[in-house]
Design a protein around this ligand. Structure first.
Ligand code: ADP
Length: 446
């Protein structure tokens, strides 16, 4: 756009400049030729009065030296008959017809034609007519066109360069803005404002974006605060309800009363898990999730967890494929158990019509690598990263299977804090969740 505008403006300017220059030249030439015709006329008065053709021809012949660009010159009487004439060497000796017709000046042909009346005592006694070669005008035109072409070409190159530099400057900032937005939407980290010192529209856009991010941060902070306070306040009454229901469950023998109590207890347990998760999330958000690092036997932990799970979730068989031969690891036992429970309960929850869940563990490059594989519904490939985000649930499952999208987020934080990594891979049927843990944890604050 910039280049096109510059070229159009410059072309207009160059056109106007050339036309004005040519017009000026023609006016000057016409004036000077008219003056010359006038001078010849004045000098020729006596020759006309005395009918002295010879002297008149001599006057015209002088033109050969004084004005070599004159091709034809003639003096005519009042009847238009030639009194004296001159033809430049090499030119046709017959006077051109247009020279007889010209009144003042005429540029219509190839050459300039000028005529001037010869006046004596207010009476017209004849006319001087000159034909002037305009080859100089052609040379002027040529040089002006060349100059305009060079100017135009340089202007195009220059405006291209300027446009390129400006575009790089603008695009760089816009691309940086887009990249930051993509990163923010991917990581959910709204904390880094974009620094821009410009004073143009892009800076305004960046400023608006920064303000928006600040508002998002503020409302997120309020939401986290609310989750923290609400879950904390809910915990105490829930513990007491659970206590009373446990007591009732022990003393009540009658049916269906006992069944009602047990149903109540199951719901309270579910609620308790949710509140625990919410408390964990709020601890993670405020950086207060502490790890209690101890040495323990990983095989024992896996076996215990599978055992207690097996008792509760009778629908699936949980098969442990290999043993770690009493391998000790240094980590937060309770938190690793929490991760394991989460992965196992997901594996069961998301494979409702299947019967098996496989647990595999081994040592690999100084890490413990654990796999929980199910034969369930699997995870859409484009969502395998998002499922570890807070409150994220895949579009397929969120409608049919209950959940809050918190478990994997907490698992990821626990594993990352241990210096490990957690991920999911799709299998031909179902999916495999993996995590690796260093055998000796150096606590990592994230
Ligand atoms: P929740 O299960 O409470 O929704 P999670 O954070 O544990 O929350 O899981 C997040 C999402 O990941 C789930 O909503 C589900 O869509 C998907 N997901 C997790 N585990 C599995 C699995 N084993 N198979 C299929 N989808 C899973």
């Amino acid at each position: 756009m910039q280049v096109t505008t510059s070229v159009i403006v410059l072309s207009i300017f160059a056109g106007v400049f050339i036309l004005t220059d040519i017009k000026d030249y023609k006016e000057r030439k016409s004036k000077s030729t008219a003056t010359l015709a006038h001078v010849i006329g004045v000098n020729s008065i006596p020759t006309i009065l005395f009918q002295d053709n010879e002297s008149a021809n001599e006057i015209l012949a002088e033109l050969k030296n004084s004005s070599p660009d004159i091709i034809h010159a003639m003096i005519t009487d009042t009847l238009g008959k030639i009194f004296a004439s001159y033809s430049r060497k090499g030119a046709d000796t017959v006077m051109p017809l247009q020279l007889f017709k010209v009144e003042a000046s005429d540029f219509s042909g190839k050459n300039l034609l000028v005529a001037n009346d010869i006046v004596n005592n207010d009476a017209v006694i004849g006319k001087v007519a000159l034909e002037v070669e305009m080859s100089e005008l052609e040379a002027i035109k040529k040089s002006r066109y060349e100059m305009a072409a060079i100017l135009l070409f340089s202007a195009i190159i220059f405006s291209f360069l300027v446009a390129y530099v400006v575009q790089v400057y603008i695009s760089k900032r816009l691309l940086y803005l887009v990249d930051t937005m993509k990163l923010v939407s991917k990581t959910g980290n709204y904390n880094t404002p974009i620094v821009d010192r410009g004073k143009d529209e892009i800076s305004t856009l960046i400023h608006v974006y920064n303000n928006l991010m600040q508002q998002v941060r503020q409302s997120q902070h309020k939401k986290d605060e609310f989750i923290g306070i609400a879950s904390h306040e809910l915990k105490t009454p829930l513990t007491s309800i659970k206590g009373y229901l446990d007591l009732l469950n022990m003393v009540e023998e009658r049916e269906p009363h006992k069944q009602f109590v047990q149903q109540g207890l199951a719901s309270v347990n579910k609620l308790e898990r949710l509140i625990k998760d919410l408390l964990d999330v709020s601890k993670i958000q405020s950086g207060q999730l502490q790890l209690n690092i101890n040495e323990f036997n990983i095989d024992e932990l896996i076996n215990e967890t599978i055992g207690s799970f097996q008792m509760m979730a009778g629908s699936h068989r949980i098969i442990k494929r290999n043993s770690m031969d009493g391998q000790m690891i240094t980590a937060d036992r309770q938190r690793i158990e929490q991760v394991l429970i989460n992965l196992l309960s997901n594996a069961i929850k998301y494979s409702p019509n299947e019967e098996e869940v496989i647990v595999n563990c081994k040592r690999e490059n100084g890490f413990l690598k654990l796999q929980v594989r199910d034969y369930g519904i699997g995870i859409p490939p484009e969502e395998t990263t998002e499922i570890f985000e807070r409150f994220y649930r895949t579009k397929d499952t969120s409608m049919h299977i209950s959940g809050f999208g918190l478990g994997l987020y907490i698992c990821k934080d626990i594993i990352t804090r241990h210096g490990g990594k957690i991920w999911v891979e799709n299998e031909p049927k179902g999916s495999s969740f993996y995590f690796i843990l260093p055998l000796i944890t150096q606590v990592k604050n994230i």
